[in-house]
Design a protein. Structure first.
Ligand SMILES: Nc1ncnc2c1ncn2[C@@H]1O[C@H](COP(=O)(O)OP(=O)(O)O)[C@@H](O)[C@H]1O
Ligand SMILES: Nc1ncnc2c1ncn2[C@@H]1O[C@H](COP(=O)(O)OP(=O)(O)O)[C@@H](O)[C@H]1O
Ligand SMILES: [Mg+2]
Ligand SMILES: [Mg+2]
Ligand SMILES: [Mg+2]
Ligand SMILES: [Mg+2]
Lengths: 331, 211, 331, 211
């Protein structure tokens, strides 16, 4: 295992210490239980937006803490949902009296732990609503699975609902907007290489030199199929077609296109794929009016990428454009 | 004979040793069809439990089970944290304030724990989860207790059934948890959570048997 | 070779097309010769700041085009300096009448090509000054080498001199500030893995599973030594000690600490190393008052990192804090 | 006999073929002690030259050399682009408007080109650069021309000397260019730029010899 770390068990805490040192003006980092809040939390009378999940997907979620996005993020161990007490402590710290919206990615562990946290917070008279993101079209949504995974759509949802909260929307309205984003967002990813979880020490899967995994998850969960490496043109098509099939993004629709690196894929390849995707969508009459390109939801050092498409309306576009100031996303 | 707080504590400590000894095996199982953290999760959780027990030993079986539950909930995370946590929490409720548990009380606690896992995780038999080890285990425990079995006999019946149940997950296609994303590719692998259940019950039975 | 690309020879152009699609509101992308300008160039009566170099180090330089930083960036082929005609065309496009500052990294190819470009621009009566960044302490500066390589310091210099130009400093003053940054900045890097140049198709060097390269360059040039993998604590020390030895950053000095990913090293490891570095410097009484953490000057998908230390004074700190709005750096 | 524009064009085309054929070899050489782009750089540059020649064939040897120079400068980049570009540019100046070049004129052009490389790159002999192939080449060319050698003889003398000179770079420790960062580790490798010089001169000599 090749990593710049000390003891594998301390990776998350050590990284949080570094984040605290790097962003003293923006973040407050709490240890045991681990969570990160914006430095000026709680913001009175604003709905607090709190998310979290296993570590290893940075900048998600810790890098999105700040004005216009998350009030707190709760990182678990690598690829492991955080525990309810940590989420509860974060909520307690950032709730400004207007209630808290929990943004949860749809994995059994996250759902169960956040569910308990919500109960604990409600027992303390904090108003809590939860949105579960489940945008990964690689997983067929049926009773035979734990349901679709929450992936790239989470980033867009956190930005948009963060803006809504900053604008003074109440908890019900923030929740409605979050559900709207969730309903209109779809993603699909692929991997060229496997990540290595520090406490495992071995790559999460084996992939031959000529192979790629289509439909991979952000915890290196296997995807729809393992196929031979192909050109960027074909890879882009393999990812976008299932997205377009699943949610009818139709001719004339206005969308946000999010081209995401899984961590190890560098900007050159990512922009290249983004360009191909824009042409592909333009040919189908889908109007891309907003874009995000970069490594925003990753799987440690995994090489690969994902696309996320979000259907925009005037309100969602305005909320997307609204100012945001966090370590990883600022405008 | 029935088991006291001291014995439950010994059983839990033995469980922690077993989780630590099998950490890498459980990681490997989870790496094959999940995300590779199950061994680390269980080991971290039971190490935290042992650390809590160093601070103070609860006076009743129910209090021990409750300490295990809350510690697992606040230190494991993932899917297994809330599920094992709920199991121990429900078991603790059922055990109540009793000074000791006989075979019947033990089986009842186990039943409550298993029902809790089903209620939280909504898995059904043959979904390839820990349920597939837990359900046969509780049935075997109830049967043994029904025949007047002592705690040791009850637990070893449960452990044997859990072992068989865990092995039965190998050919199954997962329908719950992370392994379900694999679809057909999940067949041919032992479910890590079911394996943990079998290991833990065997460890508990071990200690009871030795008393 | 595992990359999301089409024809290897087209990688740079294809990526530029994607950049154009991704940032229509910020960037104008020119092809043949290839260069990128800010969308509102030329800015009248402002000194233009132009940089460039081989591709494969993104976001450097193309991602730093925008207000408060670069007016234009000229990307060459992967790891190959751009040609003079491309630089000249970029200068012609962005010079706003107040002259142009060329920021050049010290590599034979870059120096020679930019030298010719400067001559060509001067022949067209454009005032041109050049600053050559040479901050890599891994290379012993002697007559036996091509001199020190320009690495992480380039990012800081481009930000600071971009701010000076935006504030209305004239060409001589911008040049003086650039030289001041150059004099006070030092860097050192390391690699865990090698990058693969698309048109080569093989990793640039071989490194065993247990080895790392200390003092590596951003073109995967070999470093000072190849040693066995160590803890983050020791790696940080190996990088910072030569920096502190080379330029006397002394107790009480105020510095900017830039913790850079070479591309494939993810945020967790980078923040972890950053935290270690802050403690290391604090123990030595060096005051870190500004920081930058992220993948800003990379070597394709190489895993590894570098540190850059810049001595700050009031003016440099203010210029660092001044607003910047580019695809890769915004505040 | 002296060489005309037609022959210079043929030589350049042959040079382009050789660069393409040896692209991967030059990449490998540069990968060992540089950044692996030299073969790609030279191949890209000479393909651009051939594309220019398709559009229009310049009328004099000097004009051909100038076209090669400007095309290399605007298509190669890296260290080799300006250096080879300067070499051809200076050679073109010295060739002037002459309709053809005899051995002496050829040697003089080569000398001007080599001086240009030294002026731009400031390398000294044994710095392990293209200079180590170019300097012996120009000395051999001058000697051959001084003995009244024809262009073909002059070029083949130059090519042979360049080959020996290139090989002499193997044991050297680089002091210029990217390979210098390697320090002692650069010894034991052939300098890619010197190899290009030897390949190009051999290609030119080939064509002249065949005329
Ligand atoms: N819905 C569920 N009901 C019961 N058990 C489940 C459920 N989902 C997952 N599990 C169990 O949890 C185990 C995985 O636990 P672990 O790896 O620790 O968590 P995670 O899947 O979050 O990484 C599985 O092997 C399975 O036995
Ligand atoms: N200062 C110099 N003088 C003469 N030749 C040089 C000098 N620096 C480099 N070279 C030559 O350039 C060659 C490398 O060219 P190339 O790989 O195309 O460019 P880069 O080094 O920019 O990648 C070296 O092998 C060497 O022969
Ligand atoms: Mg997990
Ligand atoms: Mg797991
Ligand atoms: Mg190069
Ligand atoms: Mg080279």
């Amino acid at each position: 295992m090749k990593k710049i770390i000390n003891a594998p068990a301390d990776v998350v805490t050590d990284a949080l210490r570094g984040m605290a040192a790097a962003h003293p003006d923006r973040l407050r980092v709490h240890l045991e239980p681990d969570f990160v809040t914006r430095v000026d939390a709680p913001v009175s009378d604003k709905v607090a937006v709190v998310s979290g999940g296993g570590s290893g997907h940075e900048p998600l979620h810790v890098g999105f803490v700040g004005s216009g996005m998350l009030d707190a993020a709760v990182p678990g161990a690598v690829f492991t949902s955080p525990t309810p007490d940590a989420v509860q402590a974060a909520v307690r710290e950032v709730d400004g009296g207007a209630g808290t919206l929990l943004v949860v990615k749809n994995y059994t562990g996250d759902v169960l732990n956040f569910e308990t946290a919500a109960e604990l917070a409600e027992a303390e008279d904090i108003g809590v609503r939860t949105v579960v993101v489940q945008d990964d079209v690689a997983v067929r949504d049926s009773t035979n699975t734990a349901g679709r995974r929450g992936v790239g759509g989470t980033v867009l949802l956190e930005k948009i609902v963060g803006a809504a909260a900053a604008r003074g929307h109440d908890l019900a309205s923030c929740h409605e907007i979050a559900e709207r984003v969730s309903a209109g967002v779809r993603s699909m990813g692929m991997a060229l290489t496997a990540p290595t979880v520090p406490h495992v020490g071995e790559p999460s899967f084996e992939l031959a030199d000529y192979e790629m995994e289509i439909g991979v998850g952000i915890h290196a969960e296997p995807g729809r199929e393992r196929v031979e490496l192909e050109s960027a043109d074909r890879i882009v098509r393999r990812l976008l077609e299932p997205i377009l099939e699943d949610l009818p993004f139709r001719e004339g629709d206005e969308v946000l296109l999010f081209t995401n690196s899984m961590g190890g894929t560098p900007p050159t390849e990512l922009y290249l794929a983004h360009g191909v995707a824009e042409r592909f969508l333009a040919e189908r009459g889908v109007r891309v009016t907003r874009r995000l390109v970069g490594p925003y939801i990753t799987s440690l050092e995994m090489q690969g990428m994902s696309f996320t498409l979000l259907k925009l309306d005037d309100e969602l576009r305005q909320l997307w454009d609204a100012p945001v100031s966090t370590p990883a996303l600022t405008w | 004979m029935s088991c006291t707080a001291r014995e439950v504590i010994a059983a839990v400590r033995r469980g922690a040793e077993v989780m630590s000894a099998h950490r890498d095996e459980l990681v490997e199982l989870d790496r094959a069809i999940g995300d590779g953290d199950h061994g680390e999760n269980m080991d971290r959780g039971f190490r935290a439990v042992v650390a809590q027990l160093e601070l103070a030993e609860p006076p009743t079986p129910g209090a021990v089970l409750k300490l295990v539950a809350t510690t697992l909930i606040s230190s494991v995370g993932g899917a297994s944290g809330p599920l094992f946590g709920t199991a121990f929490l429900r078991a603790a409720s059922t055990a109540g304030d009793a000074e000791s548990l006989d075979g019947t009380a033990l089986a009842a606690s186990l039943r409550a724990g298993v029902d809790g896992v089903v209620a939280r995780g909504k898995a059904e038999p043959e979904d390839k989860t820990m349920i597939d080890a837990l359900l046969p285990a509780v049935r075997a425990a109830e049967e043994s207790a029904g025949r007047g079995g002592e705690p040791a006999a009850t637990l070893s019946a449960a452990a044997e059934a859990a072992e068989v149940g865990a092995r039965s997950t190998v050919p199954l296609v997962a329908r719950k948890g992370r392994a379900s994303y694999l679809g057909d590719r999940s067949a041919g692998h032992l479910d890590p959570g079911a394996r943990s259940v079998a290991l833990l019950l065997a460890a508990f039975a071990d200690v009871e048997g030795a008393e």
